[in-house]
Every structure is written in C-alpha cells, then in structure tokens.
Ligand binder design. Structure first.
Ligand SMILES: [Zn+2]
Length: 261
C-alpha cells in the first residue's frame, strides 16, 4: 500500500497524469477554496491561483483553510490558499496573482484547466473567452440563494465549457443583456447570501468532472456541460437541453470550434 493506492482505480499512471496538470483557479473563497483543497489532496502538479481580495470575518463561515487570525490581519486570500495547498502537499508549486487574473493572464495560458469561482457574469464571459482562445478546459461554478414566499431556495450550477463544445452563451447562462444589466447595477447588488455546503457540493462536482475528463475510470463516465443544483431538494440534475445544443454546435466561438462529439 502506498499513499495513493486508494485512488489507484483512476489508472496505473494516475499519479503521473495528475502531476503533469497545471490547475488555474480564479476566485478563492467559498467555491475556489474547496477546489484547491481537493486537487491538492488528489495530487495535482501545480497551481495558478488568483484573487485580489482579503479575508474578512464574513469569509470564515465558508472559506476552507481560513482561520480567525487571517480575518484579524486581513490576510490576502491567495496567501491562505497557497498555505492550504502547501500544508497538504508541501512541494506543490503555487503561483499567485493578487490582482485581477486579467492582469497576469499569460500565467494562465499554461493551465490545463481553469476553474472560475467568481460571482459576476462579465468575468465569467472573459474567462470562457480566454479559455476558448487558448484551448483550455473551463469549469464554472456558482450558487445563489433566492427568497421565496415561504423561505429561501438554494440553487446553483456547474458548467463545463470544453474548447470545442457548447459554451455558456449556448447554454443560455450568459448573454449580452445579462452582462449589460449587471454592469448597470454594479454596486447596487448588495450582499449575496452564501453558505458552505452548496459551495462544497458544486466544487466537488466540478472536481469530479475535471478528473473524469482526464482520468475516466469507466467508459460510461460522462462530463456533461451543465448540471443544475437544487439545494432544497438536494439534487444534481444534468441539463435536459444538452443533446439539442450539441447537435446545433456553438456559433459564439466560430474560429475556435471544431466538429462536436
Ligand atoms: Zn456558444
């Protein structure tokens, strides 16, 4: 028995495959911290992480790896996540961007996958567009808490945007109107409700899809482009419109699109 024997079903060479991976994570709070933690444990080779923000009291309820001292000194979120990764795996290379990811986008060009754990549409659109241009797998997660007549509804989604597949515009998740509306309301959105377990569920599912795409453990393992999370019914449901969208192909990134599988 060695350290990785319990995950050896991922393939004889899984350690090598994982060690070759460079993982980008943009946004390191609720969702991104879980992704960093899991991929450090499983053995991803190196990381490029970006977040311009600092730890506050309100992050401690959901940011894996953060502790009260970090909030007290307003530690940079990237410092906390680098520490988390290197506590789990001391020699893992972690490159840090403490500004917008766009300021050092060249550092992301070498990534094999980029996880977008951000809370706005424009940034998601920029990330997806960057990944398409550079043929990088993009995985986006997000959650929301909506108030209803009787209480609250927790919802979310995991989107896998493959370089030659349907995009977030195809999926109806992004469009010019949503992005423009967001820009007009910028600053007026108020605080967004967040809680730890939906973030963990979404992050775990995103990690599962990423590992499924590089180390499929069975021929029937799927990597669907969109999964809806319903946190009230505790369900993860693959979007029902994927077959149609795949058949149509993506018109939004024409130069970058090949035949769809
Ligand atoms: Zn598209």
């Amino acid at each position: 028995m060695n350290m990785t024997s319990r995950q050896s079903f991922l393939g004889e060479n899984h350690e090598e495959v994982l060690a070759m991976q460079t993982v980008g994570i943009v946004g390191l709070c609720g969702g991104g911290s879980h992704i960093a933690q899991q991929l450090a444990h499983i053995g991803a080779g190196s990381f490029v992480i970006a977040d311009f923000d600092f730890v506050e009291d309100t992050n401690l309820t959901r940011m894996v790896g953060s502790c009260p001292k970090d909030a007290e000194i307003n530690e940079q979120k990237t410092t906390v996540i680098k520490r988390l990764i290197n506590t789990i795996k001391p020699n893992t290379k972690v490159e840090v961007i403490t500004d917008s990811w766009l300021s050092s986008y060249d550092m992301f060009q070498k990534c094999d996958v980029i996880f977008g754990c951000v809370d706005n549409y424009l940034e998601r659109s920029n990330l997806e567009s960057f990944c398409r241009k550079n043929s990088i797998l993009y995985i986006d997660i997000g959650m929301d808490v909506h108030s209803t007549i009787n209480g609250f509804l927790i919802s979310g989604q995991i989107i896998v945007s493959k370089p030659d597949g349907v995009c977030m515009h195809c999926l109806g998740f992004l469009n010019d109107e949503i992005i423009a509306q967001e820009q007009n309301n910028y600053g007026a959105a108020g605080y967004k409700a967040q809680v730890i377990w939906p973030n963990a569920t979404l992050a775990s599912t995103a990690v599962a899809q990423y590992i499924a795409s590089i180390l499929p453990w069975s021929p029937d393992v799927k990597v669907p482009e969109m999964i809806h999370y319903d946190g009230n019914r505790h369900s993860l449901i693959v979007s029902s419109k994927l077959a149609n969208l795949r058949a149509k192909g993506c018109p939004h990134y024409p130069g970058e699109n090949n035949e769809l599988d």
